[in-house]
Write a protein that binds this ligand. Structure first.
Ligand SMILES: *[C@@H]1O[C@H](CO)[C@@H](O)[C@H](O)[C@H]1NC(C)=O
Ligand SMILES: *[C@@H]1O[C@H](CO)[C@@H](O)[C@H](O)[C@H]1NC(C)=O
Ligand SMILES: *[C@@H]1O[C@H](CO)[C@@H](O)[C@H](O)[C@H]1NC(C)=O
Ligand SMILES: *[C@@H]1O[C@H](CO)[C@@H](O)[C@H](O)[C@H]1NC(C)=O
Ligand SMILES: *[C@@H]1O[C@H](CO)[C@@H](O)[C@H](O)[C@H]1NC(C)=O
Ligand SMILES: *[C@@H]1O[C@H](CO)[C@@H](O)[C@H](O)[C@H]1NC(C)=O
Ligand SMILES: *[C@@H]1O[C@H](CO)[C@@H](O)[C@H](O)[C@H]1NC(C)=O
Ligand SMILES: *[C@@H]1O[C@H](CO)[C@@H](O)[C@H](O)[C@H]1NC(C)=O
Ligand SMILES: *[C@@H]1O[C@H](CO)[C@@H](O)[C@H](O)[C@H]1NC(C)=O
Ligand SMILES: *[C@@H]1O[C@H](CO)[C@@H](O)[C@H](O)[C@H]1NC(C)=O
Ligand SMILES: *[C@@H]1O[C@H](CO)[C@@H](O)[C@H](O)[C@H]1NC(C)=O
Ligand SMILES: *[C@@H]1O[C@H](CO)[C@@H](O)[C@H](O)[C@H]1NC(C)=O
Length: 662
């Protein structure tokens, strides 16, 4: 449907009451039935509203972060087994001359800790990050057609133990896990015709206007806003504080969760109960968010980094150093135990978790509230948005509000110990825009991290040259490295040495894959090898603004294709040895542990891809990267204009965020 039509139909009804304007939904119990097996509407029939009920006999409590949860430990045994065959297939295909990789895996298969342990981290950066990350995961997925030909990387996803996401990266991770671990190919190949069931990643449907269907029927903006409003006011009526993140998370869900109304009953913790997850067929997903007390300034060295995994919410950081069961987040705790025998479930809505990791985008909604946007929106639509936002306190504009599970917990080091509210913000606000912190925890023993960086760091030099903006410059790795050197915060983590940003630019380390920490013996402690995969123009200028919130399918697919070409180096066109080198990076720490001779091809790879310690910290020239392969042609249609012009009107927000590197 065209915007004009949507806007007109919206105008008529936007101000009618919730009950009148709400598009008819199937009875929620019925909805739950139609979804059984395909997803996890764990909070059905209550939709988005958290439920208060009796705690289980074994009351949830905070556990100290002095190890992995028993759940993760047990699951890892299953997962590590499930990665053996994909790893044999993958490494066998990568032509690592001089090492019989199949025998290597076979010889060590009864000792999982000898074998490679792989993590993948997807950075923030809005839809740019989601789509670029998707292209890389597509290349790593053995379900992608052509990804299992000689030299290709399909199966790396199936071989990985962990997959982390932050902000825009959390939308990618969340999409896969909310939707039966679907594949990128399935998403891009959805039947989006009127009779088709394809609904997710329809990014031409501006998030301000809402989708054209609710998943089962035609939908208009009026129905969209009243559905948002109604879900959130029900949560508020049930006694929970709400924040802009509730709106943003619900709105996002229409794009990301393949169910009627974006699956209001879907919870993050229910991933732990999905067959495909318990059987170890997918990596463990972890979403990252930062915490910020009121008035606090966030810097990498002192922000507590919180994580959401299927079983637990919490942090290994020495400040809070605790985890609570994910399913009961929303419950009131004090001093590590529940305040009463009443427990909350259903608070951990999957969209709310993704929204929490991406609170940066709350700013976008806020600006609509305070600005006369009638030249862009119909005034009725603007009034609708404002009326939706009226109930939300502006002091909570950029936070997600959680009942604090760590209230009265570890008061000597936990700066939130005296607060009943835990305020979480965008995972990239501490500049660690690639979610590495959960992967460098010594208890996880990760050997290699594929660090997909779609940050928008470059901007200052030539703001008027579109080719020069929104590319990464290594700042995220620098932030994680610096934090790992802070004696107060590192708490046993180590990270490979990372050069300064000028060196990244001068040596082109931000323009091609680079390995950091190649020499296991020369680290400050056990730390993974980092395979840094910066977003760069391979077949498309994928440096679109973090705040472009709508894309037609052609442009969406071009950004994914660009990410795919980065991950495969143009199916080996740029370096026919690239696949081999990825295999060497995967094996590196394992070979070291098992005292196996490093094959000559791997030595060649390491001399080609490892940062060798050279620096050049002089002021770099403007970064205007050239297209590396033949560009694909993309017609950007008018559909994105609404968001683009709306956002262009809010230059202040964009500039502020650009400084933070989103
Ligand atoms: C979930 O994915 C698996 C693997 O692709 C498929 O076999 C199964 O049918 C899917 N389940 C549903 C309910 O779509
Ligand atoms: C996690 O492990 C605990 C203790 O072993 C168990 O009681 C709980 O049910 C597990 N949680 C999930 C979601 O499987
Ligand atoms: C892992 O695989 C081995 C060998 O196939 C088997 O003996 C073991 O029971 C498996 N462990 C788990 C937890 O599935
Ligand atoms: C991908 O890997 C999984 C896990 O090993 C395996 O079950 C599946 O058959 C593989 N699919 C393809 C197309 O190779
Ligand atoms: C495998 O790598 C060797 C060099 O180690 C090279 O000579 C050979 O052509 C490669 N084979 C394929 C199929 O790429
Ligand atoms: C498929 O993979 C082969 C081998 O790497 C490559 O030559 C070819 O270009 C790829 N085709 C597509 C459509 O990506
Ligand atoms: C979305 O759900 C429909 C209906 O179950 C299913 O047919 C389709 O494959 C799903 N889409 C994706 C991308 O998983
Ligand atoms: C974090 O560091 C900033 C800047 O040094 C400082 O303003 C802030 O108070 C610190 N916060 C905490 C909790 O230490
Ligand atoms: C290390 O972190 C502590 C705690 O947040 C902070 O007070 C200190 O300033 C940091 N040190 C450096 C060198 O950043
Ligand atoms: C990590 O922090 C916790 C809590 O402060 C502390 O007990 C533990 O010893 C620290 N671990 C390391 C390795 O420093
Ligand atoms: C908003 O701007 C339009 C012109 O773009 C103007 O006609 C209208 O009066 C303004 N509304 C308010 C409330 O200022
Ligand atoms: C929206 O604007 C209203 C009225 O100006 C204000 O009371 C409210 O706090 C604002 N809400 C947000 C989320 O900015």
């Amino acid at each position: 449907m065209k915007y004009s039509t949507l806007l007109t139909s919206a105008s008529a009804a936007i101000l009618t009451t919730t009950a009148d304007a709400r598009v008819v939904m199937p009875h929620e119990a019925q909805l739950a039935n139609t979804l059984v097996g395909r997803a996890f509407p764990a909070n059905a029939p209550h939709g988005y509203t958290p439920q208060i009920g009796n705690c289980p006999s074994n009351r949830p409590s905070v556990r100290a972060a002095n190890g992995l949860s028993s759940n993760e430990t047990a699951w890892l045994e299953v997962r590590r087994n499930a990665t053996l065959q994909p790893m044999r297939d993958l490494l066998g295909r990568l032509n690592i001359t001089g090492l019989d990789t199949t025998s290597y895996i076979n010889n060590h298969q009864n000792n999982a800790s000898a074998l490679p342990n792989i993590g993948i981290a997807v950075s923030g950066g809005g839809y740019r990050a989601m789509l670029n990350g998707a292209g890389v995961l597509e290349a790593f997925d053995n379900r992608t057609s052509n990804a299992t030909s000689a030299g290709q990387l399909g199966g790396l996803l199936q071989s990985a133990t962990y997959l982390t996401g932050l902000s825009g990266g959390s939308w990618l991770v969340g999409t896969l896990y909310a939707n039966n671990f679907t594949s990128i190919d399935s998403i891009l190949g959805q039947d989006t015709s009127a009779s088709g069931s394809g609904d997710i990643w329809q990014l031409g449907n501006d998030v301000f206007v809402g989708p054209s269907t609710s998943g089962i029927q035609l939908f208009g903006s009026a129905g969209y806003y009243s559905a948002l409003q109604s879900a959130i006011s029900d949560k508020q009526k049930a006694g929970f504080d709400i924040s802009l993140t509730d709106y943003w998370g619900r709105a996002l869900s229409y794009q990301l969760v393949n169910a009627t109304d974006g699956g209001p009953a879907f919870t993050w913790s229910s991933i732990a109960k999905q067959d495909w997850f318990t059987s170890g067929s997918a990596p463990m997903p972890i979403i990252v968010s930062d915490s910020r007390a009121p008035g606090e300034v966030i810097v990498a060295s002192n922000t507590t980094v919180f994580t959401f995994n299927p079983w637990e919410f919490g942090t290994f950081d020495p400040t809070v150093y605790g985890f609570v069961p994910m399913e009961y987040v929303g419950t009131n705790f004090s001093a590590g135990t529940t305040l009463s025998d009443q427990c909350v479930t259903g608070f951990d809505n999957v969209g709310f978790v993704m929204g929490t990791s991406a609170t940066l985008f709350n700013q976008v909604l806020t600006r609509v509230n305070g600005t006369n946007t009638t030249s862009l929106f119909s005034s009725a639509l603007q009034d609708g948005i404002v009326s939706v936002l009226k109930g939300v306190s502006s002091s909570d504009n950029d936070i997600a509000d959680y009942p604090n599970p760590f209230y009265n917990y570890r008061s000597s080091t936990n700066s939130y110990a005296s607060s009943k509210q835990l305020t979480l913000v965008d995972g990239g606000e501490d500049l660690q825009n690639v979610p590495l912190v959960p992967l460098i925890q010594p208890v996880r023993h990760v050997d290699v991290i594929f660090a997909i960086d779609s940050s928008a760091d470059t901007n200052a030099s030539l703001p008027t040259n579109a080719s020069a903006t929104n590319w990464p410059d290594g700042a995220s790795l620098v932030a994680t490295y610096e934090r790992s050197l802070n004696a107060t915060m590192e708490n046993g983590t180590a990270f490979p040495a990372i050069p300064d940003i000028n060196t990244f630019m001068n040596l082109g380390l931000n323009n091609r894959p680079t390995f950091f920490g190649c020499d296991a013996a020369n680290q400050t402690g056990p730390s993974p090898l980092i395979v840094y995969l910066p977003n760069a123009p391979y077949v498309y200028n994928s440096n679109v603004s973090t705040f472009d919130l709508s894309y037609n399918d052609t442009e969406r697919n071009a950004i994914v294709l660009n990410g795919y070409n980065g991950a495969t180096q143009g199916n080996g066109t740029l370096d026919k040895q690239w696949g081999t080198c990825v295999g060497c990076a995967i094996l590196s720490r394992s070979l070291d542990r098992t005292g196996t001779t490093v094959p000559d091809v791997c030595k060649q790879c390491f001399s080609k891809y490892c940062w060798d310690g050279t620096t050049n910290s002089t002021q770099p020239a403007s970064y205007i990267p050239a297209m590396k392969l033949k560009a694909v042609s993309v017609t950007t249609s008018g559909t994105g204009k609404l968001s683009k012009s709306l956002l262009a009107a809010f230059v202040g927000t964009i500039a502020a965020a650009a400084i933070a590197g989103f």
